[in-house]
Design a protein around this ligand. Structure first.
Ligand code: Y12
Ligand code: CO
Length: 179
């Protein structure tokens, strides 16, 4: 089932997500629904809080060299902890909860993450470049942090203005459509 995505400036995105303790069918259904939701919106990563579930779960499905998002490459990451980090990388990030806005953000270039899978098995993942960026972006969501929080004061001000305009125009378009 495709779920509604919580969008900035909704306060729910600021909640700190709670540790997952039950690796049951409810969690599995949520992960399946998150996947459907992410794919329906052309996303490559989604945290549970973005569908209003404040638990420490996230999914990532990066495209391969041909640009195909193969479900075989889907990562379901529960209760992640970064145990090693190094380097620096800039990448133009976007977020399904902050539509129509992209900005260069600085992240660690490599991270090592301990996490659990949907069955509760403990795993370790060594990630670099785009995967490392996606993990850090999604893990920020678990703390209530958005990539726009990392912008300079001036850039954030510009973003707020542009975003309000985007929201206004989208609302107008939708009102016209339903008239
Ligand atoms: C690198 C940088 C950021 C991430 C986090 C995951 N971000 C996304 O999955 C963003 C998806 C996204 C998709 C959009 O829709 C289309 O492109 C059709 C989009 O477009 C609009 O909002 C209009 C914005 C963001 C992982 C790795
Ligand atoms: Co995001």
């Amino acid at each position: 089932m495709v779920l509604d995505i919580v969008e900035y400036p909704d306060k729910r995105l600021r909640e700190k997500s709670k540790e997952v303790k039950s690796f049951d069918s409810e969690l599995h259904t949520l992960l399946d629904d998150m996947y459907e939701t992410m794919m329906s919106e052309s996303g490559i990563g989604l945290a549970a809080i973005q569908v209003a579930k404040p638990i420490r779960a996230l999914i990532i499905n990066l495209p391969d060299e041909e640009g195909n998002q193969d479900k075989e490459n889907l990562l379901e990451i529960i209760n992640p902890v970064i145990v090693e980090k190094e380097g620096e990388i800039f990448y133009q990030e976007g977020c399904l909860s902050v539509p129509n806005f992209y900005e260069d953000i600085k992240r660690f270039e490599k991270v090592v993450v301990n996490y659990q899978d949907r069955e509760g098995n403990t795993k370790t993942l060594e990630a670099e470049e785009l995967l490392a960026i996606a993990i850090q972006h999604e893990m920020d969501h678990l703390e209530g942090i958005l990539f726009i929080d990392k912008l300079s004061y001036a850039r954030r001000k510009k973003f707020e203005k542009e975003y309000k305009k985007f929201q206004r125009e989208r609302k107008q378009k939708n009102t016209k459509k339903s008239a």
